[in-house]
Design a protein around this ligand. Sequence first.
Ligand SMILES: NC(=O)c1ccc[n+]([C@@H]2O[C@H](COP(=O)([O-])OP(=O)(O)OC[C@H]3O[C@@H](n4cnc5c(N)ncnc54)[C@H](O)[C@@H]3O)[C@@H](O)[C@H]2O)c1
Length: 355
Amino acid sequence: MKRVLVTGAAGFIGSAFVRLLLDKRPDLRITSLDVLTGAAGLLANLDGLGAASHRLVQGDVCNRALLDSLLADEDIDTIVHFAAESHVDRSIDGPGAFVRTNVQGTWTLLDAARQRWLRSGHDGAGCRFHQVSTDEVFGDRQHIGDATEDSPFRPRSPYAASKAAADHLVRSYQHTYGLPVSITFACNNLGPRQHPEKLVPLVILRALAGQTLPLYGDGTAVRRWIHVDDHCRAVLAVLDAGQAGRAYAVGPLAGTSNLDLVQRLCARLDQIRPAAAPHADLIRFVKDRPGHDQVYRTSADRLRTELGWRPRLDLDQALDLTLAWYLDHPDWIRKATARPAWSQWLSTWYGDERD
Ligand SMILES: NC(=O)c1ccc[n+]([C@@H]2O[C@H](COP(=O)([O-])OP(=O)(O)OC[C@H]3O[C@@H](n4cnc5c(N)ncnc54)[C@H](O)[C@@H]3O)[C@@H](O)[C@H]2O)c1
C-alpha cells in the first residue's frame, strides 16, 4: 500500500480513517474523494489534514471518467471505499439515492479498478479494493445466532439491501476477474464528527438543548457499538495483513439496547451538565421505524484470531470520549446543522416529538 484512494473521506468514518493513515503511515500518498453535497459530507471533517501527502478531490464515485483519471494520475494501488448514502431513515424516505451511490457507485469504482489494475500484463499484485460494509446486510438476528462473514445476506432495509448488493458485486469481481478485494462488516460506530442526524449525536445535542429524545418503538432494539477509531484500526489491520478475497466482521462481543445506550448518555450528561430534571426524563418513545430490525450481531472472531484486532475502548469509554468531543466543538456542530436539509429531515422523521 503506497498510494491510497479513500472515498467518502469527508464523512464520519472516512475522515477518521484519513486521520489514522496520516498519523500511522506518513509515507503514504492519500487521495480523498467525496461528493461533499449530501447531508453528511462536511469539509470541516478534514480540517487540519492538509498535509503535503494528502489531497482532497470533490467528486462523485459514479463519475467514471473522474475515477479513471484519478487511478491513473495518482497511480492508486489501494482503494478504501467508505462513500455511501448511510442513513437507514433516509433510505426509507428515498431509496433511489442509495441504489445510485451504494450500488452503481461501488460498481463504477470496481470496474475502474479492474480496468486499471488488471490491464494487459498486470495481475493486480500489490493492489487492494477494500469495501467498508455493515452488519446490517445480515438482517435481523433476533431468533438466530451471531452472523459470521460467511452467513447469507438477509438485508431488510433499502440501505442494507443497497450495501448487500454492493458487497455481492465486490465478491463477484474477485471471483470472476481476480480483482484483489476485501470487505469489513462493521457494527454501529460512535465518535467525533458523526452527523447529528444519527442517534448518538442527535441525543447529545437534543439533551443539551432540553429537547425530547425520540426513541423508536419501545427502545429495545439491540445494536453493537464500537468507537470509530477502533473500526478504522480494524480496516487498517485488514489492509496490512488480511487475505485478499476474505471478509472480516468488526465489533465487540456484546450489544446493548437503544434505550440503555441513551440512558447511559443521559446519566453522563446529568453529571457533566446537570439540568433541573434528569435528562432521561426527556426520553419519548415514537412510532417505530418501518421494518425496524430488532437485533444485529456479528461475530468478530476471525478478526480477533487471525489479525489480533481488539477494540481498545469499551462502550462507556467510547461514550465518554464522544460526549467530550461534542461538548468541545460547538463550531463543528454549527456547520453540521446549518444546512436546510437537516431541519427538514428532523421534522419529517420526528414530527410531533420535535418540540
Ligand atoms: N456509521 C456506522 O455506524 C457504520 C457502520 C458500519 C458500516 N458503515 C459504512 O461505513 C461507510 C461510512 O459511513 P459513515 O457513517 O462515515 O457515513 P457518512 O454518511 O458520514 O459518510 C459517507 C460519505 O460518503 C460521501 N458520499 C455520499 N455519496 C457519494 C458519492 N456519490 N460520491 C462520493 N462521495 C459520496 C458523503 O458525502 C459522506 O462524506 C459507509 O459505507 C457505511 O455503510 C457505517
